[in-house]
Design a protein around this ligand. Structure first.
Ligand SMILES: *Cc1c(COP(=O)(O)O)cnc(C)c1O
Length: 361
């Protein structure tokens, strides 16, 4: 077996460790940017009626036409722009990478950023260029990005807006300069659109190489796996050729369409999360030695006193609270944890456990 693996599995794949998702049973789950609010019972029953009638013996609608229409209306997709659906936006990143991949070509993004750009680029055989963000505040280093664009001529540029895991929005004028200077496609990843007023969706068409990617995961439908890409129709037609047939299953198509017809509920939940984000930020800022970073997303990045983040993470877990430990990963994230905004009582439990851990450790 190991001979087989050594001979045939690509060295860059052998060198990877699989994407780790920690077990969360019994814990207050504040690690994955999920919406913490369940659906009201009446809505669940109505949804079951929809599911009841689905022909699961048939393949799904290959393009998800009804779902596309519901998305266009609910999300305000500008008329004349194309729309492509993915099994989560992760699959869209993969389709984009497969569309442009060739030896010597590269993906460019900024760091610390969303790790899947690099990972998926690697699966597809693309080189990866990560331009460091500038501290304090994790802002775009425009001269460095422009120089890297010039030097590496990336086929694809990804900019998460707001950025994960830092939570901030980048300067609009700097992003405009990057879109204009990039030789290839520029994808603005708006995974956290429900929690900010900023967006490039209405700017589509101003540049031929601009695409906007979004997901329904952070809005509250992470379990259904649906992402969408908006951009020039001719470009999306090419990317569509890399899509596996029937990538969006029947249950997801019907459930998301149903959910979008109840958009007001999700808007309400997003507003609650935004309010609660401000409450949580103030509580964290009031703790001695804790530095929370301002966020336009549904999570907050926080820096702890030097050398304590990993022990605090473990203590929080012991107290029944799961957050994301970023310490020991990216150099600029030493001593950092990332906490998803939960329900008010979950956030209060987190803050209390954090204070207790910092006093003890
Ligand atoms: C969560 C996240 C995604 C992936 O979302 P899925 O649609 O669930 O695959 C993409 N980009 C960023 C920046 C994210 O944080």
């Amino acid at each position: 077996m190991s001979d087989l693996i050594e001979r045939w599995v690509r060295p860059e794949i052998r060198g990877l460790s699989a994407y780790q998702v920690p077990a969360a049973a019994g814990l207050i789950k504040l690690d994955a940017m999920e919406n913490p609010y369940p659906w009201p019972d009446a809505l669940r029953r109505e949804w079951l009626d929809v599911l009841c009638d689905l022909p699961v013996n048939r393949y799904p609608d290959p393009r998800g036409a009804a779902l596309q229409q519901a998305l266009r209306e609910a999300m305000g997709v500008p008329p004349g722009q194309g729309l492509l659906l993915g099994n989560g936006s992760d699959e869209l990143i993969q389709m984009l990478a497969l569309t442009v991949a060739a030896p010597g070509r590269a993906i460019l993004s900024v760091e610390p950023g969303f790790v899947m750009y690099r990972m998926i680029g690697l699966y597809a055989g693309l080189d990866y260029v990560g331009v460091p963000l500038r501290e304090p505040g994790f802002t775009l280093d425009l001269p460095a990005v422009l120089a890297a664009l010039e030097q590496t001529q990336p086929a694809l540029v990804f900019i998460a807006y707001p950025n994960n895991p830092t939570g901030n929005l980048f300067d609009v004028a700097a992003i405009e300069r990057i879109i204009a200077a990039a030789p290839g496609l520029v994808v603005i990843d708006e995974a956290y659109a429900p929690f900010t007023d900023a967006s490039f969706l209405s700017r589509l068409g101003e540049w031929p190489n601009l695409l906007v990617m979004r997901t329904l995961s952070k809005m509250g439908l992470a379990g259904l796996r649906l992402g969408y890409l908006v951009g020039p129709p001719a470009l999306l037609d090419e990317i569509d050729k890399t899509r596996l047939p029937y990538n969006i299953n029947v249950l997801t198509q019907a459930s998301v369409t149903f959910a979008l017809h109840h958009r007001a509920l999700f808007d309400h939940q997003s507003r609650l999360i935004r309010e609660e984000r401000a409450v949580l930020y103030r509580a964290l800022a009031a703790i001695d030695g804790v530095h929370p970073y301002p966020s336009d997303a549904n999570f907050i990045l926080l820096r702890l006193p030097v050398g304590r983040a990993s022990r605090v993470f473990t203590a929080l877990k012991g107290a029944g609270i799961l957050v994301k430990n970023l310490d020991g990963g990216h150099r600029q994230l030493a001593d950092c944890l990332r906490v998803t905004v939960g329900q008010p009582e979950e956030n209060r439990a987190f803050v209390a456990a954090l204070i207790a851990a910092l006093e003890r450790l």
